[in-house]
Design a protein around this ligand. Structure first.
Ligand code: APR
Ligand code: PHB
Length: 390
């Protein structure tokens, strides 16, 4: 098989880039290890920043997002038994975020790829990258009994944190920066009316909690749990009881509970690999960097990668200008690190750390007190949460 751009990974990053390139007449193929049902069964975060939403519209995939997604102009931080609101709209100069599940967004991207008859190959096994140091790379995979080789100009590694692309870069090239947090988030999805129309991030000595939503009839809640906890340890009743303890009593009093329709634990981790390019391989999204979910930056951190890569590819194919490709890694990383900083800060301010000193807890108190007493601090939070410019 021959194509211009071979994209490894059919998550939001790979699909969005595929769609954008195809609309510009740039031929590409997406290789995805899992089935479509499996990819669409994964429950992930649901907050989109303006820049990501714009890319979805540019990719002609924004219609349902604009119709069904909810615009959120603020959220709450609950602490010390009370709720303080962050007015995103006011402090970001009129911006907001869209609450729209990543699962739905991925479904829209697949449907758009189908409509344009884009090539997305599912259930590929044993993906291998060849000759990525040079200018004639290829990617091979097995599907059933058949082994296929895709020859291309560029390979995009959009295959998530556990993918093969980053691992194909020779040892010694990458610098990897990682911080693993000593806890995870236990998440529950339930077909209940959300306790609050806006998200509530709750700091509590028993541990962090988050009240989020997917729609007015679908709630998503999380509680911080030790890494040693297993999903099986948590009955629905135990989960609801613990969530109630961690939010202000007036919130606990109006929490509607129901059976969980999904329950899972995700560890919290920060990670960046540098550089994001090696020869003709370009990394994007979770393949190159991940953030803890506290600042809702995961998907949004991928958005700027896709934006830069898309324009770099356009420069190359349309204008014969490779400056975008050459500058990709540095430009992408500059924004990636800001999302890292913000996610680390939100995580540190709001979680209970098992080994924290009384001094650390005083600083957490002070961080919150400063935030809600300083317009400058509020502006800083808001501009990061709605997404820094690309
Ligand atoms: N070959 C082919 N596909 C692979 C391989 C492989 N060896 N390894 C992984 N994949 C696929 C995965 O099955 C997955 O569907 O690559 C895809 C990567 O998708 P994501 O993990 O969703 O990563 P990305 O598209 O960058 O999306 C980033 O997802 O995890 C969240 O917080 C993150 O919201 C952010 C978003
Ligand atoms: C979610 O709804 O899953 C969600 C929302 C905000 C976050 C993290 C997760 O910061």
């Amino acid at each position: 098989m021959k194509t211009q751009v071979c994209i490894i990974g059919g998550g939001p990053s790979g699909l969005l880039l595929s769609q954008l390139l195809h609309l510009q007449g740039i031929d590409n193929v997406v290789l995805e290890r899992q089935s479509r049902d499996y990819v669409l069964g994964r429950i992930r975060a649901g907050v989109l920043e303006h820049g990501f939403a714009e890319l979805m519209r540019e990719a002609r995939c924004g219609e349902r997002m604009d119709r069904e997604g909810e615009i959120h102009e603020g959220f709450f931080i609950a602490h010390d038994g009370r709720m303080d609101r962050v007015d995103l709209h006011r402090y970001s100069g009129g911006s907001s975020v869209i609450v729209y599940g990543q699962t739905e967004l991925t479904r829209d991207l697949y449907e758009a790829r189908d409509r344009m008859q884009g090539t997305v190959v599912h259930d590929v096994q044993d993906v291998q990258l060849h000759d990525i140091a040079g200018t004639s790379p290829s990617v091979s995979y097995r599907k059933g009994d058949e082994r296929v080789r895709v020859e291309c100009d560029f390979v995009i590694g959009a295959d998530g944190f556990h993918g093969v692309s980053r691992k194909s870069i020779p040892a010694g090239v990458l610098s990897e920066y990682e911080k693993v947090y000593p806890f995870g988030w236990l998440g529950v999805l339930s077909r209940t009316k959300p306790v609050s129309p806006e998200l509530i991030y709750a700091r509590h000595e028993r541990g962090f909690a988050l009240c989020s939503l997917r729609s007015q009839v679908l709630s998503r809640y999380y509680i911080q749990v030790p890494l040693s906890d297993k999903v099986e340890d948590w009955s629905d009743e135990d989960f609801w009881a613990e969530l109630r303890r961690r939010v202000p009593s007036e919130v606990a009093g109006r929490l509607l509970t129901g059976p969980s329709i999904e329950k899972s634990i995700a560890p919290l981790r920060s990670f960046v690999a540098e550089p994001m390019r090696y020869g003709s391989l370009f990394l994007a999204g979770d393949a190159a960097h991940i953030v803890p979910p506290t600042g809702a930056r995961g998907l949004n951190s991928a958005a700027s990668d896709i934006h830069y890569l898309y324009h770099a590819m356009l420069g190359h194919y349309r204008d014969g200008d490779d400056s975008g490709l050459d500058g990709y890694s540095a430009k992408a990383l500059a924004r990636v690190w800001k999302a890292q900083r913000f996610s680390w800060w939100m995580t540190t301010m709001l979680h209970t750390f098992p080994d924290s000193l009384a001094y650390d807890r005083k600083l957490q108190d002070t961080d919150l007190a400063y935030l809600f007493s300083s317009e400058a601090a509020m502006r800083s939070l808001a501009e990061n949460y709605v997404g820094l410019p690309f």
